[in-house]
Design a protein around this ligand. Structure first.
Ligand code: PLP
Ligand code: COI
Length: 341
């Protein structure tokens, strides 16, 4: 398969129009068979539920080329099941999990020319999403839905690649209120647009959101969960029912314990504790593991001992092991790797 002529090592986290996308429609209480199509545009009625009441959810995962030339995805079953949770919270008919996996396989295979080569530093980002498409003017869920998957090759999420970033403590909430912070609904990301623009204007790469009730506990950033390393090498990661249950974070907890023999704590993390940690990082599909060197709390800086030049030693070990598993150079736990081709 001839790959597209792209300078894989120099692409950022952006959108490119790939050749194919997957689409399936829900009408009269059932999903149709779905198909691979080539048109990247969507035409909808002006009153579609997605436009009026933001009835839309999404997922994010990646396809990787392994060292021996296979194309694989990392734990896509967990994306399928999280999308069911997101859909149910917005009163949308879940897209069946087995169909989700099949659709991912179809769309990645169709776009094989867009899957970046092994070792290029790029991967294929896969974005499943779903929306209400028939007209609704009273506040109620739609009756008809569209499930789609687009793919686009991507490089590092943060400018500067693996260099540590500086983030700020936000005064905003990340998500819409009333217990929606743990789902991947577009409306939560809409709520984070103003804070992210503000953070970027001030020179910060991301926001650290605190719990909206007491503003004493660390939640997550706009697009990633946190990991922290204590001075004696324990992995600590915030537990909260108002953050997205990151698949990367859940995987890192296993990697830390089972591959690296680290102690792992999944618990509430108080902002006051941060000054005592040795390393800090952001984890997610897009972020992979991105080191945080500094946190700015309204002008007061928390500087992690690992510094601003490179990842701290534990973060690096976690990064190397996780990406090794994803790219097939380190043996994965049973069921983590889904072979596309
Ligand atoms: N938190 C938020 C708000 C996100 O958007 C993401 C990205 O999906 C994550 C965390 C990381 O989750 P995952 O590791 O499943 O990609
Ligand atoms: C992801 O990591 O897949 C995300 O969704 C984060 C961001 C790009 C929204």
């Amino acid at each position: 398969m001839e790959k597209k002529d792209i300078d894989w090592g120099n692409i950022g986290f952006g959108y490119m129009v790939a050749d194919y996308r997957y689409v399936s429609y829900y009408k009269d209480g059932k999903w149709d068979d779905g198909a691979i199509v080539s048109d990247p545009n969507i035409t909808l009625n002006e009153c579609a539920g997605v436009f009026q009441y933001a009835q839309t959810v999404f997922e994010g995962l990646k396809a990787y080329t392994t060292e021996d030339g296979h194309i694989v995805c990392f734990r896509p079953d967990l994306n399928a099941s999280r999308m069911v949770d997101s859909a149910e919270r917005l009163v949308m008919p879940p897209f069946p999990e087995d169909r989700f996996l099949d659709a991912v396989k179809q769309v990645v295979k169709a776009n094989e020319a867009w899957v970046p080569p092994f070792g290029s530093g790029a991967t294929l980002y896969i974005r499943p999403y779903m929306m209400g498409i028939n007209p609704v003017i009273g506040v109620k869920p739609a009756d008809e839905y569209m499930f789609r998957i687009l793919v686009t090759p991507v490089g590092p999420y943060f400018k500067g690649g693996a260099k540590p970033i500086t983030i700020k403590v936000s005064d905003y909430d990340r998500a819409a209120p009333r217990g929606t912070g743990d789902i991947k609904a577009g409306l939560n990301y809409a709520m984070s647009l103003r804070p992210i623009v503000k953070a970027h204007e001030e020179g910060f790469a991301e926001n650290m959101y605190l719990d909206s009730g007491s503003r004493t506990k660390v939640e997550e950033t706009g697009g990633a969960n946190f990991i922290f390393i204590t001075k004696d090498g324990t992995l600590v990661t915030p537990k909260s029912d108002s953050i997205l249950p990151s698949i990367t974070r859940r995987s890192i907890m296993v990697v830390a314990e089972k591959y690296l023999g680290m102690k792992v704590e999944h618990r509430e993390v108080y902002f006051d504790e941060l000054k005592d940690f040795a390393e800090c990082g952001l984890c997610g599909t897009a972020a992979v593991i991105s080191p945080v060197g500094k946190i700015n709390d309204h002008g007061k800086e928390i500087c992690f001992p690992a510094g601003m030049e490179e990842m701290g030693p534990y973060t690096k070990k976690l990064y190397d092991t996780l990406t090794g598993i994803q790219m097939g150079t380190i043996e994965a736990p049973e069921g983590w790797i889904y072979t596309i081709d």
